[in-house]
Design a protein. Sequence first.
Length: 239
Amino acid sequence: MKRFRDLRYLTTVATLATIAVGTAVVLGVIFAGWTLGLGTDDRAVLLNTALVIYTCLLTAVAAVVALLAYRASTGRPDLGIEITFNFSFPNEPVFVAEHDEDSSSERRKLQSFKQTWATVTLKNASVYAAKNPGVRIELEGLGGLGEQPDWETVTFTGQVGITALQWDGGTESIVHGQWSRALPSLDFDGVRELVPNGTALVVTLVADGIVPVSRRLPVRILDQGEYDVYTDHRAQRLT
């Protein structure tokens, strides 16, 4: 962002300098008798030449300004996502499990407490704005996800539940350059493990003018003893 501020500053200075130089040339011809190296004293010819020089300088500056404006309006955003569950690091979901008493298998489900709630933040690392952003989250090896307020269900399987959900900002939505936007929160209460050691969230980001970008976030589901060890390690990382 600083680079673009400096560029705008230089453009402003160059524009003012061009106007000053052009004005000086015209006034020099009118009042100081400048001949501009043309070898003539014909004031009409000299004045027309000075005006042509002035016009060419202004046209050149206008072309540069237009080019910078075009780059600013067509540059590509650089989107990233940060999903942070309580008691987990950003994009590193870790949960303590309990046995799913409603299932005849050894499937585990996430223990029902604050750990299942997450904030979701869409970030734009580029200086260019992201227009009409969208986020899709697909669940790998996970089932039992309930309806999420302000998120649209994309895929639903009868025995599993929601397997993909999506948020769309709409055509009027924007994430400004080097800025972030808080999205609707998520609650994974009731989610269970379907594939041991194969659980993940696959997040796909999109906006106008960019190819969809996907990122896989592994999900760790731990027994109580393992979770206690994880909690100690997390505390050490935070200090």
